[in-house]
Write a protein that binds this ligand. Structure first.
Ligand SMILES: [Zn+2]
Length: 148
């Protein structure tokens, strides 16, 4: 076992992405219930090069344009963007505004459709953390509003 050292782990190859889904709520599932369908996801992101730049409209030399909105296929477009190969990136940390509520369910549904096998940490039926690993990326979804 390696002894503890008084230093933070390296994160200069991490890509931090903050997301928030908007949904429609008027699609009938049954006579008495509706289903929420994502129709927009907005993201902002940073890497260690731009993390201290408060101007989110300024593109980063490493991670590029730092805010996006996906309308056509919000879940698929978000996953495509997050899984895009980035030479410098070893891990994507996607922090969703309401991941444990329902945002992570949209990602999990798509992951299942794609036959991915995410690792889940659950609290009851709520997804606390979901990690998807492939040969070229490691993508983790966590909630921004706590784990309880
Ligand atoms: Zn950056």
């Amino acid at each position: 076992m390696r002894p503890l050292v008084n230093e933070l782990p390296r994160n200069d190859n991490f890509f931090f992405v903050f997301s928030d889904f908007e949904t429609t709520q008027d699609t009938r599932l049954s006579e008495s219930s509706t289903v929420q369908i994502p129709n927009l996801v907005c993201i902002q992101h940073f890497c260690t090069v731009c993390e201290n730049d408060p101007d989110i409209d300024a593109a980063c030399v490493r991670c590029g344009k730092r805010k996006h909105a996906f309308w056509n296929d919000p879940v698929g477009d978000l996953l495509s963007y997050l899984c895009k190969p980035r030479q410098w990136c070893k891990r994507v940390i996607a922090i969703a505004h309401n991941a444990k509520g329902f945002d992570a369910q949209f990602i999990l549904d798509r992951a299942n459709l794609l036959k991915w096998t995410p690792k889940l940490i659950l609290n009851g039926q709520k997804i606390v953390c979901m990690t998807i690993t492939s040969d070229i990326f490691r993508l983790s979804f966590v909630s921004s509003n706590g784990t309880a």
